[in-house]
Ligand binder design. Structure first.
Ligand SMILES: Nc1nc2c(ncn2[C@@H]2O[C@H](COP(=O)(O)OP(=O)(O)OP(=O)(O)O)[C@@H](O)[C@H]2O)c(=O)[nH]1
Ligand SMILES: [Mg+2]
Length: 314
């Protein structure tokens, strides 16, 4: 997923004022139009910057020049850069704007003002024409950083069934595979207005750069609940949980202050006895845990209700 992008953005230049003379004498030149502005606007229709990456530069339209017969040049059209949520906009390394709402629209760069033509100057003798420099629209080298929003993140070792569960609970179509590291980038899906995010599998020493690394933390800052996804195929799901949680805190200690729930997956692969004894261990330790199988709708419905209870206000 493209989650960092550098672009050159340019507002439109103002149009020149006309210097046309009627029969070589009487000024009758019109004013130039204003250059278009550059806006940035949030949309929930995008999830990465990939649709923006085909161009390196985006530009609002220049104002048109003024023309003889006192014709005014038209204003240049504005340009709106649509970005996914949440996008941080940096100019010269400094955070300028955070776009975090659908439809949030901010003025980023102002278009240049058009110049008056010679007829306007005749009417207002203290006016003067703007120079090329004065008509220039603002421009900037802009760095965009995407921080995908999520209410719940799925953390787990490879093959735990994270993507399968995401697909079952949401409209997502994440790739599922019976091999490690099927998911290479964060995937999101919506469940009754709650955003779930499936992350690439972690392994021991991910915090040291092993496996797929830790870059996913760019997208987990604001998440409210960590769902530890653990396959019941593990000999001891509690030991796996402990190991995984330790690794997660080494990746980013702030995970320690988030709510968490354990989801034991692939319950169809084990006996009822095993399932119950694994759940009992979590219950003794007062850790919220639930078991499910993507082949059992009632079980995934239970997971859904637990997620909703944790996230939605009463
Ligand atoms: N029997 C059974 N198999 C499952 C279940 N959930 C997932 N699987 C299988 O487990 C394998 C891994 O599933 P994924 O959903 O790709 O696992 P993942 O945790 O996303 O894996 P990575 O992306 O590699 O980290 C696939 O072959 C799935 O079909 C389940 O509830 N029961
Ligand atoms: Mg996956």
């Amino acid at each position: 997923m493209l989650d960092r992008l550098s672009l050159t953005l340019k507002a439109g230049n103002g149009g020149r004022g006309s210097t046309a003379l009627w029969h070589g004498k009487r000024p009758y030149g019109g004013d130039g139009g204003d250059g278009g502005n550059v806006y940035i606007q949030g949309t929930t229709n995008l999830f990465s910057f990939s649709s923006l990456a085909s161009e390196r530069t985006y530009k609002a339209e220049d104002g048109q020049e003024g023309l003889p017969l006192n014709k005014f040049g038209g204003d240049g059209n504005d340009f709106t850069l649509f970005v996914p949520l949440t996008t941080e906009v940096y100019i010269d390394g400094e955070l300028r704007i955070t776009i975090e709402k659908d439809g949030q629209r901010e003025l980023l760069l102002k278009g240049g003002k058009g110049s008056v033509g010679n007829l306007s100057i005749k009417k207002h003798p203290h006016w003067r024409m703007r120079t090329d420099e004065e008509r220039k629209g603002e421009s900037a080298q802009v760095d965009l950083v995407l921080k995908l929003a999520s209410d719940i993140i799925f953390i787990g070792y490879p093959n735990a069934g994270k993507s399968s569960l995401l697909n079952k609970l949401t409209n997502a179509k994440a790739k599922v595979g019976a091999y490690e590291f099927t998911t290479l980038e964060p995937q999101t899906g919506r469940m009754d207005g709650i955003i779930l995010m499936d992350l690439p599998g972690i392994i021991d020493n991910t915090h040291k750069g092993k496996g797929l690394g830790t870059s996913f933390t760019q997208h987990t800052e604001k998440t409210k609940l960590v769902a530890h996804i653990i396959s019941l195929e593990n000999a001891s799901t509690f030991n796996t949980y402990t190991k995984m949680r330790k690794e997660l805190l080494l990746i980013d200690p702030t995970f320690g202050s988030k709510k968490e729930v354990v989801v034991l997956t692939k319950s169809d692969e084990v006996t009822q006895d095993k399932l119950e004894s694994e759940l009992r261990i979590f219950s003794k330790k007062k850790i919220a845990a639930v078991a499910c199988s993507i082949l059992d709708d009632a079980s995934t419905e239970k997971v859904k209700q637990i997620f909703k209870k944790e996230i939605l206000p009463d």
